[in-house]
Design a protein around this ligand. Structure first.
Ligand code: PRP
Ligand code: MN
Ligand code: MG
Length: 179
């Protein structure tokens, strides 16, 4: 697994500090409000787990599983709901938690879908963003880092379903996806 890493972009420690800062910001802005975090499986799994523990107020959580990539390295643009929310978000303040935004197609679809369920507010929080890859416009409310257009793995992010359990964010060696 580690031999396929080209370069570590963000270490465990750096990510932890960023997650603390995001958690503090969210706590400040939502204190006293009914907040639901929606994690987008599978990629956001780790970011969601870490971030929610840095939010110092009562919250609830829910998950959606969507997939646009399958095992390919580029987005097909087709978003499939594999698992829907368990609970209603009507009149709730909602933040969607993502690991990475690439073309924006996944979140564009999710926002439209969730807005139709009448939340009180809907915001987006992502650890990583590749703005140069964007195909649809998105307002990103909370962001960890902008990153260049390289193939990213780790901290929940996969290549062909592997590498999600790397504790840091890294780039994948070219040889791995070109073979
Ligand atoms: C990845 C990533 C985001 C999405 C971003 O998920 O976790 O959800 O793609 O790409 P986009 O902005 O171009 O839509 P993926 O579909 O690979 O599913 P996964 O989270 O289960 O890996
Ligand atoms: Mn995903
Ligand atoms: Mg994926």
């Amino acid at each position: 697994m580690k031999q396929d890493v080209a370069r570590i972009l963000f270490s465990e420690k750096e990510i932890e500090e960023k997650v603390i800062a995001l958690g503090n910001q969210i706590t400040k802005e939502y204190k006293g409000k009914e907040l639901v975090l929606i994690g987008v499986l599978k990629g956001a799994n780790i970011f969601m787990s870490d971030l929610m523990r840095k939010i110092d107020m009562p919250i609830t959580i829910d998950f959606m599983a969507v997939s646009s990539y399958g095992s390919s390295t580029t987005s097909s643009g087709v978003v499939k709901i594999l698992k829907d929310l368990d609970n209603s978000i009507e009149d709730k303040h909602v933040i969607i938690i993502e690991d990475i935004i690439d073309t924006g197609l996944t979140l564009h679809y999710l926002c439209e879908n969730l807005l139709s369920r009448n939340p009180k507010s809907l915001k987006i929080c992502t650890l990583l963003d590749k703005p140069e890859r964007r195909k649809v416009e998105l307002k990103v409310d909370y962001k960890g880092y902008d990153i260049p257009d390289e193939f990213i793995i780790g901290y929940g992010i996969d290549y062909a379903e592997k590498y999600r359990n790397l504790p840091y964010v890294a780039t994948l060696k070219r040889a791995v996806y070109e073979k």
